[in-house]
Write a protein that binds this ligand. Sequence first.
Ligand code: FO1
Length: 319
Amino acid sequence: MSRRITVLCGGVGAARFLRALCSVVPAGEVTAIVNTGDDTDLHGLRISPDLDTVTYTLAGAIDPERGWGLVGETWEAMGSLARYSSVIPEDSTAGGTWFGLGDRDLATHLYRTGRLAEGALLTEVTAEIAAAWRVEVELLPMSDGRHSTMVTLADGGEVSFQDYFVRLRHSVPVAGVRFDSDGSPATPRVLEALSNAEVVVIAPSNPFVSIAPIRALDGVDQLLAARRESVVAVSPIVGGEALKGPAARMAIELGHSSDVAAVATLYAEIATALVIDPVDEALAEAVSAAGMRPVVVPSVMSDPAVAARLAEATIAAVQ
Ligand code: FO1
């Protein structure tokens, strides 16, 4: 049974958009296809940051300041690793604390890792975690396989996405992005949700490292292009800046401009309308010239009412 609205999602921006969407349509009508290119293995645990950010946000449990992790979190486990910092061999990566895993958040990674080790699919485990948090939106990892986002640095090295984003604080210039894939496809349920939904939304997420990994899966772009007239994107760039994270700087470093016209160029083949903020109204013609219909509506989700209007206008743009 297909749900009415399918949303392509990264982390924080997508999670906030989904929360807004659920304030204007029943959560049971929404499917979220979530990027897993950011997934990482640390301390022997499988961590799926975007899935967790979406789950915790929809559960009302996200830390509102950070945008990731749990509100009211404690950090005893990470803090206790400091005991071993004086004995760790130089060539060891054990016990690292650069990626902050809160005590309660750790339970999610323990559960996910345990279930995957038993042979469960990430799709199944994600549904279990969502149900445990009473999340009614259908949450789908983009694939049950591994598709790791790798970032080529301008100085020539290559690092994993979390190395770039967290360890290097996305403060180093990038020269490229690639997806280190085990060749596994998008799940059948993902392809079905892309084919059968009434409306597909591309959330205000980073086009290069959040939406591109989903688009890189076999068949996804073709499915979207075939139903382009009912696909709408929300620009993650407002006034030349990213709503969150390094999307604007990445755009420039990867040879694009950091504005809504560049976003339109990236999405024109797969989506018909682009939601842009009034501060970018002067670029509406450039969006049209790039092949997308601009829809101007406040898109900085500063309060629930603005966010709800954004969600409503986004759906209305292609209905
Ligand atoms: N982001 C950070 O900037 N620093 C962290 O230490 C960090 C830890 C972390 C732990 C669990 C989790 O689900 C997310 C976490 N994030 C952290 C966020 C994450 O790295 C990024 O927001 C996404 O991967 C980008 O979408």
